[in-house]
Each structure stands twice: as C-alpha cells, then as structure tokens.
Design a protein around this ligand. Sequence first.
Ligand code: XIL
Length: 346
Amino acid sequence: MKHTHLIVLICVCFFSCKKNKTVSCNDANPLHEEAEFKIGAAIDLSSYYASIAYRNTADRQFNSFTAENAFKPNALHPDLNHFEFALADSFSLACARGDKRLHGHTLLWHSALPNWILNYQGNEKEWQNLFKQHIQTIVSHFKGRVKAWDVVNEAFNEDGTLRKSIWLEKLGTAYIEKAFEYAHEADADALLFYNDYGLEFNPEKRVAVLSYLNNMRSRGVQVDGIGLQLHISLSYPDISQINEALQEISAYHYQVHLSEVDISINPLNQTNLNKEKLFEQQAQLAAKLVLAYKQLPNDQQYGITFWGFSDAYSWIPTYYGREDYPLLYTGDFQPKPMYCKLKETL
Ligand code: XIL
C-alpha cells in the first residue's frame, strides 16, 4: 500500500473511532483523559508501594487519589499528643509529583478511631480541645497539599437522626458544624465535604443531611460539597433513585463527589457466578451512573472516585466475606468491560 493511502486510512479510522468513541478493552490511554471532571481511585498505600503493577495502573489511569485508610484518625492520630504523618506525607509527595489531586478521607468518623480517643477521660473543655486540635493539626499539616477533606463521614442514621458516636456524645449535635468551622480556620482554601452512604436511595437520610448542612451554611459556615459513597450493586438501588438524589443535592449548589464507587455483582453471596454476563451488566450500570453524573452542572462535578480499581484489592470480599468483583480491573490488572464502557461513556 502506498504511504499516502496508509495515512488516509489511519486518519479515517482515527476520526471515525473518535466520533463513535469505539474502544476495545485496551487501557493504554488513561481513563481520566476521557472525562471533563476528575476520575479518582482509593489507593491502598502498602499495595501502592509494594506492587509495581498496582502503582503503574493507578498512576496511569486516575488523576485524583484518596488514601483508602492512611488519612483516617487511627492512622494519623495514634496517641493524644502524637500525630503520625510520615506515610501520608510520602503519599502526598507522590501525588504532587504525579499531578494527582489529593482528597483527604476523613477527619471524623465513628469508625477507624484510635482506642485512646474512645477511652479518653476528659471534662467538657478537654474534649473540645482534643476535638479542635485533632482537626486543626491534621488540616494545617496538609494545607496546600490536600485539595479537599471529607470533614465528617457517615454521621447520620438511616432514619435521619444523628448516629451515636463519641463525638456526638461528648460534643453534642453541633459537632458537625464545629468541625467544618475548625477545618476552614485551619485551611481556608481546602474544599470541605460531608460524605455518607445511602444518600442515593434513602430520601429520609438525604433530607436530614441536607437540612443540617443547609442550616449551617445559612449561618455562614463553609460547606462545599457532598460525597455520595455509592457502594452499589447490580440489584440495588435503581438508577432512577440515583438520578433523583443527584438532581436534588445539586439543586442546593453543592459540589457532588461520587466518592467511593464500586458495583457489587454478588450482593446475595451466590455461587457459580456467570461472570461474563454479570460483568456486562456491571458495565451497563456504570455507564448509566456516569450519564446521570454528566447531567450535573460542570462546576458542581468534583469527580468520580472508585473505591479501588482492581478486584483483588477491593474491600468488599474481605469486609462482607463473599466472592465479588466490584471494580474496573481484574485481580491481575486486566481492564474489565466496566472499564471499556466507561471509556465510551465518560
Ligand atoms: C474501608 C476500607 O476500604 C477498608 O480497607 C477498611 O478495612 C475499612 O474501611 N465507607 C468509607 C470507607 O467511608 O472509609 C470504608 O473504607 C468503606 C466504607
């Protein structure tokens, strides 16, 4: 074939491929390049440092990182007067070098709390000091490096009441508002998020969260966004519920972060899974999720973060004790249909 013919052929293919966004399951090009918003992943730091395949995939595919566990209170604040920043600092350096947005997860949670906090014997004033010092030491330490914080994680029950936690017990119902105030004082440039699960399918919980946040915002407290974790499955919730939640939340002008996305293909812990079929359904659902997210105004699209990327490293099988494959890549880092479908849809 003549040289010019070959060039014409390549061009035709390039433009038609681009137009239809037909992709084969090839991950040579980064996923994040397809999107107008950030595409993130939760990173398990030990795997990131131990496995070259893990690190290469993470570095290539995503432009926003959330440490899966390393920025939680038990990791960063292991004792009353001791903060442990070395590991998180080295990760923040890797993010800066790799041009990744670093999302901080999380300052306050009822879980991943060090025992010393649970056992702390202090009077009211001492609890208030501890609370403030916990938030402000961490936020100031990462000032300019952590773009946004999940200030509070999972503080509401399903019925919309505040979840029992040490913070609620010791500081009262205003602790969420106080946390946002303290975080803002420590880093006025950081974006501040409230993060939770179930907001996408439980209107009662959603209304409670929105009214708490709207209320504090109306009194001048900065709250920039809401994170919807979206640990979802093929059977639940319905995409229409997710759509409704996204529309409702964004109508209040919050930034919206799909913050911990994974799609379980085996919520009922069945055996003999038809993986090929289920992976295809998983891909279809992921595409619908992306389309729903793309409906939001651009300046409210903080991004979509997956809770990991390789099935072998997902928290779901360990945490729920079942066989499952909720992420974009197989255990040996081969892109799955969900990955390919996202490339088409983003
Ligand atoms: C999970 C991690 O993925 C696990 O490795 C860890 O053992 C427990 O926490 N909601 C959250 C995340 O906000 O922090 C949780 O992460 C998953 C549920």
